[in-house]
Design a protein around this ligand. Structure first.
Ligand code: ARG
Length: 466
């Protein structure tokens, strides 16, 4: 719902003609910045209390403002609030309604403040809340991943390089690799939160204000660690939003890598895992299809998040100090990034613990792919061959295996001795998949005991988060 065309502007004093209707719509942000209404009201309450404390407002005026803002808040929450494009943005919509409700005292709220420091405050508060929700979802996903890893320390799968079978690894080890990516994403998110959590309130339009404001008070009332240092910087830089989008681009990149593996693994060609039906959809023409839509969609969504990062970087580039209207363009990319990340994490947090591994298929794939060739080379080194010669010998044995359709472990001892006479019966210990895993028994290696310990450490790290 919009109000009448002739509503007078809160900044209309120096203007002699009405804003062009198209320009009004073009310059307005209320369509999207109303998402920050709760933060805007919180900021106004903190500002008003501070103004009262320093004697700019009296106690009655403060109470009127508090009552009025509470009413505005409930109107917004119950959907009866009438947002107006003529009032441009969330800040002026709320202030105008406040004045409608409480009269002239409403007009005093903006004393010692500008929309420039107001919007800079709102967006930080909004993003801080979003960061906390995202951190919780990320932690839930990590917990699910680590728990699945702990249950699969000795589930054997082929490890890949170049998507070619390389060496056998524990499925749990593979899952914990995902967790390490996510762990770094979480740490980047927390870094971003630290730099974001400073209060720009009090910077006013750009230079500060002539009123005896107490910036420490508003900062602490709003849960900021401290006030920002420089008023010009406070109202103009959106680097915290860029940093957040850069965190998001990396997180989504990681989720897209995981998605790609899930898509491959659910295919008939791999058949390593099964995804429960609730994460898949069918085809309208091919009755046999069960498509891994959720991972595919998350893989696709990295595109828009990367795009938003580039939008914000381009938006900030070359802006002179201090505030410029360009910055109004920060919100849509930022909000969509928050929504996309939250939805993707929610989908993954539900889906990862529901993955059903197929250990027999994984094992068979590892067995078929000559994945213990390096182990045979290491065995030959143990017999005294230089590694390069051992590599050559095993290469010949593999070529023979390819010709006759046999894996190394399936060859007769005599056959293997044909490639190197010193090979003994004990070679079969290292040619088994279990032997191969168990031999990589060091920090960061794939031996099941190491994977179990790594899962414990990963869980302990999660427990240390608040
Ligand atoms: N809607 C504006 C924004 O998002 C609020 C600040 C406007 N300030 C101004 N001086 N026009 O950036």
């Amino acid at each position: 719902m919009t109000k009448d065309q002739d509503t007078s502007k809160l900044w209309g004093g120096r203007f002699s003609e009405a804003t062009d209707t198209f320009v009004q719509r073009f310059t307005a942000s209320v369509q999207f910045d109303q998402r920050m209404a709760a933060e805007d009201i919180a900021g106004s309450l903190a500002h008003a209390s501070m103004l009262c404390n320093v004697g700019v407002l009296d106690e009655n005026e403060l109470q009127e403002i508090q009552r009025g803002l509470a009413q505005v808040q409930s109107e917004i929450e119950n959907g009866s609030f009438q947002w107006s494009v003529e009032l441009e943005d969330v800040h002026m919509n709320i202030e105008a309604r406040l004045t409608e409700l409480i009269g002239v005292t409403g007009k005093k709220l903006h004393t010692g403040r500008s929309r420039n420091d107001q919007v800079a405050t709102d967006i930080r508060l909004y993003l801080r809340g979003a960061i906390d929700r995202i951190a919780a979802e990320l932690t839930r996903l990590q917990r699910g991943t680590i728990e699945m890893a702990a249950q699969n320390t000795d589930t054997i799968m082929p490890g890949f390089t170049h998507l070619q079978t390389a060496q056998p690894v524990s499925f749990g080890h593979h899952l914990l690799a995902w967790n390490e990516m996510l762990e770094r994403d979480h740490s980047r998110l927390m870094d971003c939160r630290v730099r974001l959590n400073q209060s720009p309130l009090g910077a006013a339009a750009l230079a500060g204000t002539t009123y005896p404001i107490d910036r420490e008070q508003t900062a602490s009332a709003l849960g900021f660690d401290k006030p920002t240092e420089n008023s010009l910087d406070s109202v103009s830089d959106r680097d915290f939003a860029i940093e957040f989008c850069s965190f998001a681009a990396l997180l989504m990149t990681h989720l897209s890598r995981i998605s790609e593996e899930l898509v491959l693994w659910t295919s008939a060609q791999f058949d390593f895992i099964e995804l429960p039906d609730r994460f898949c959809t069918g085809s309208s023409i091919m009755p046999q299809k069960k498509n891994p839509d959720v991972p595919e969609l998350v893989r696709g969504k990295v595109g828009r998040v990367n795009g938003h990062l580039v939008s914000l970087l381009s938006l900030m580039k070359s802006q002179p100090l201090a505030y410029n209207k360009d910055n109004q363009e920060d919100k849509e990319p930022l909000f969509d990034t928050v929504d996309t990340v939250l939805d993707s994490l929610r989908a993954f947090g539900d889906m990862i613990p529901a993955i059903r591994p197929r250990p027999d298929q994984m094992r068979e794939a590892a067995r078929r792919g000559f994945s213990t060739a390096t182990d045979l080379a290491d065995y030959l080194v143990g017999l005294g061959l230089p590694f390069r010669d051992a590599h050559e010998v095993v290469g010949k044995a593999v070529a023979h295996g390819v010709d006759c359709g046999l894996d190394l472990a399936e060859m007769e001892l005599e056959t293997l001795q044909g490639f190197c006479a010193d090979i003994g019966e004990d070679v079969f210990d290292v040619l088994t998949l279990e032997g191969s895993l168990a031999a990589r028994d060091h920090l960061g290696g794939t031996a099941p005991s190491q994977v179990a310990a790594a899962a414990q450490r990963a869980l302990a790290r999660l427990e240390q988060r608040d």
